[in-house]
Design a protein around this ligand. Structure first.
Ligand SMILES: [Zn+2]
Length: 155
């Protein structure tokens, strides 16, 4: 997001928009669990205090990849609040906020993204995914708890 300083009112201004997916400068790796699949969206309130530009608002983006719990394809929405300031000089006509906005959304990405809160991984018997609370249909939903063998040590 390149902000024209002349467009900021004395009492502050609000801006809403998006940068194309290229703004992520994402270098796709073979081990990526997710990758950006849409634009970098932003909704910002900005105000100039002398040579200090204050920025507050929210960034969001859509990421695609595979669920780290069930292994199914998924799309997740990620959003994050931002609040930062930038030093500007009287010679500047614009300021590029793209790197701050990109960093905020990438830091908000979960380490182990899952397709949804209802995702239960996969059935240990038939290995079918149990995303969205789905039933695998194999009928063997009474698998032993991995902790059961610890009970045997008490006897
Ligand atoms: Zn899942």
């Amino acid at each position: 997001m390149i902000l024209q300083l002349a467009n900021i009112d004395a009492e502050g201004s609000s801006f809403k928009g998006e940068d194309p997916i290229e703004a992520f400068e994402w270098v796709k790796g073979a081990t990526d669990i997710v990758h950006p699949s849409g634009p970098l969206k932003w909704k910002l309130d900005v105000k100039l205090f002398g040579s200090e530009l204050f920025v507050e608002g929210e960034v969001s983006a859509v990421f695609s990849g595979i669920c780290s719990r069930c292994g199914e394809d998924m799309t997740i929405d990620v959003s994050e609040a931002v609040c930062f300031s930038e030093e500007v000089s009287s010679q500047m006509s614009e300021v590029d906020l793209t790197s701050e906005l990109r960093d905020a959304i990438l830091l908000a990405l979960p380490n182990h993204p899952i397709c949804g809160v209802d995702c239960e991984g996969f059935c240990p018997t038939c290995r079918k995914p149990l995303s969205d609370g789905a039933d695998c249909g194999c009928g063997d939903d009474q698998w032993p708890s991995p902790w059961d063998s610890l009970d045997g040590l008490l006897e």
